[in-house]
Design a protein around this ligand. Structure first.
Ligand code: CAA
Length: 284
């Protein structure tokens, strides 16, 4: 099937980045969030990030204007998905929230629409089971910051059809991203490898192997990572990292994924990284 009209549910960091990418690459995109203040914030963030791309000569001012013209914002999910060919869900990572959202999407999106999830930790097979169209449900796992990062993990659930996979891989190409096909196992590929590295960096802090800035310097200069693992953990959110590690630990049943007690302690204390102004480092 061909995709022209998209909808993105959830106007947080990932949702606004995904809507930005769709609109910039010629798709009509409606961003949906029940919280209208988040929609206002998302509109300004997208405008700022498009301006940043204009300033960096990545896009022209005309591209920016055209992208903004293709965007719509609404708190009404049934209305927002009514004419969508592809819906991407980017709401918080809780099963009861996903279940409710996918029930609504299934009820109000056109019968042939594809329903994708940006989840980083919940099974696509389980999400598909919340709908009556499991063959049209798939994972589209984007990376933050979405306008810059060129990967999409395209996750096939147990019943995802080949047609759904091919359509979504084609959309990823249109977005100038690289779709990588991944099977539906906990953490997919990205977080199954990334989170143990971050967790090990936190163990290094807890055991006093080195100071946090020095641990990051080792990985930046020694391994050429753009950000050290502790800066990256703060960027992702320590609560998000902890949640993904808990899923890996529980679902794969291997103690190598056990979350470091220091990570849990920081989350309990509300030190969640950049978004709260303090994690392993302090932010203005
Ligand atoms: N929108 C548009 N452009 C943006 C942007 C945004 N949101 N954020 C950054 N940029 C642009 C900047 O303008 C800059 O452009 P130029 O090079 O043309 O000047 C470029 O991206 C680099 O940005 P900065 O100069 O601000 O800083 P930097 O060089 O340190 O790069 C970074 C920032 C791209 C975030 C880089 O540090 C990086 O790649 N870090 C690793 C990010 C990463 O690993 N993300 C994945 C997280 S895991 C995840 O998302 C999924 C999950 O399931 C947990």
């Amino acid at each position: 099937m061909s995709v022209h009209t998209t909808a993105v549910v959830g106007a947080g960091t990932m949702g606004n980045g995904i809507a930005h990418a769709f609109a910039l690459h010629g798709y009509d995109a409606t961003l949906i969030d029940l919280d209208e203040s988040l929609l206002d914030d998302a509109r300004s963030t997208i405008e700022e990030n498009l301006s940043r791309q204009v300033d960096n000569d990545v896009i022209t001012t005309a591209d920016k204007t055209a992208a903004l013209d293709r965007l719509a914002f609404t708190p009404n999910t049934p209305e927002g998905v009514a004419s969508a060919d592809l819906v991407v869900e980017a709401v918080p990572e809780a099963q009861e929230v996903k279940s409710e959202v996918f029930g609504t999407l299934d009820a109000y999106a056109p019968a042939d629409a594809i329903l994708a999830s940006n989840t980083s930790s919940i099974s696509i097979t389980w999400i598909a089971d919340q709908t009556d169209r499991p063959d049209q449900v798939i994972g589209m796992h984007f990376f933050n910051p979405v306008p810059v990062m060129t990967l999409i993990e395209v996750v096939r659930g147990q019943r995802t059809s080949d047609a759904t996979f091919e359509t979504v891989a084609g959309v990823a190409d249109d977005l100038e991203k690289n779709p990588v096909e991944v099977e539906d196992y906990p953490g997919f590929v990205s977080n199954r490898i990334l989170m143990p590295m971050i967790n090990e960096a936190v163990f290094c802090v807890m055991e006093g192997v080195a100071e946090p800035e020095d641990i990051d310097t080792v990985m930046e200069l020694g391994m050429n990572h753009p950000m050290g693992p502790l800066t990256l953990a703060d960027f992702i959110g320590l609560d998000v990292c902890l949640h993904i590690l808990e899923v890996l630990h529980e679902e794969l049943g291997d103690d190598k994924y056990r979350p470091c007690p220091l990570l849990r302690r920081k989350v309990t204390a509300g030190q969640l990284g950049r978004k709260t102004g303090k994690g392993f480092f302090a932010y203005d």
